[in-house]
Design a protein around this ligand. Structure first.
Ligand code: PGA
Length: 256
């Protein structure tokens, strides 16, 4: 790898922001403009109602789109939900599943998440499965939490389907906070997640699966995280809504 620049994917999770489509278009047009000078891929995950408009306004290859969640069914009497096929037909190539905010606010259980993960893969989306412990206890129980969650959430996914999966490790205590996890601890967690993936599948699949980090990633800490965190990408919340910041994060993640 010496001398080679590692490509890392950056996912921008806009969550329930910004308030209007006009604001979303404004942010996106600045991102588009800045992306011309940056090598590397950014996946923008806007609120579902903005997807179509943003997708239709972009013809390049550096920006892709994702949905923040989808139901596990493709149609039916499911008031208020979005199906994976709808997300796909609106132009999404990626789907975030199991974000800690959905687990906390919408009561998503590993069982529900496992169904959504499968539905996303079946709808030809690349699924970004979010996992992460709520607390980091002294007895390292959090390792068991991560292991069990991975096992449960991936139980419908066979070896072949793993080519369409990414794992986003996001310690819940870091999301929305001031400080990210230390790069050396992130490195430790990626090693652990690969170990679990080897147990669940095999070493080849474990090595090939992209592992991302998320939780308070910003322009100031991204360089250290990519240098020492041993990650294949980043999932960014707040800074993904600030075009200059997110494009700088993409630049740093791809060796500038
Ligand atoms: P944050 O959010 O970057 O604002 O901490 C990350 C996430 O929720 O994915």
């Amino acid at each position: 790898m010496v001398g080679m620049k590692k490509k890392r994917i950056v996912i921008g999770n806009w969550k329930m922001n910004p308030p209007t489509l006009a604001d979303a278009k404004k942010i996106f047009s600045k991102i588009k403009q800045l992306s011309a000078e940056v090598s590397g891929v950014l996946v923008v995950c806007p609120p579902a109602t903005y997807l179509n408009a943003l997708v239709s306004s972009y013809k390049g290859k550096k920006i892709m789109f994702g949905a923040q969640d989808a139901h596990w069914l493709n149609n039916g009497s499911m008031t208020g939900f979005l199906s994976p096929t709808m997300a796909q037909s609106a132009g999404a190539k990626y789907l975030i599943v199991g974000h800690s905010e959905r687990r906390a606010l919408a009561g998503e259980t590993p069982e529900i998440i496992a169904k959504k993960v499968l539905a996303g893969v079946e709808a030809q989306l690349t699924v970004i499965l979010c996992i992460g412990e709520k607390v980091r206890d002294r007895n390292a129980e959090y390792l068991t939490v991560i292991r069990e969650d991975l096992r449960e959430c991936l139980k419908k996914i066979d070896k072949r389907m793993m080519a369409h999966m990414m794992i986003a490790y996001e310690p819940v205590w870091a999301i929305g906070g001031r400080d990210a996890m230390s790069p050396s601890d992130i490195h430790g967690m990626t090693i652990y997640i690969r170990k679990v993936l080897t147990e669940l599948y095999d070493k080849q699949i474990s090595d090939a699966t992209q592992i991302l980090y998320g939780g308070a990633v910003n322009v100031d800490n991204v360089a250290d995280i990519v240098k020492d965190g041993e990650i294949d990408g980043l999932l960014v919340g707040r800074d993904s809504l600030i075009p200059e910041n997110i494009m700088q994060i993409v630049a740093v993640a791809n060796g500038k």
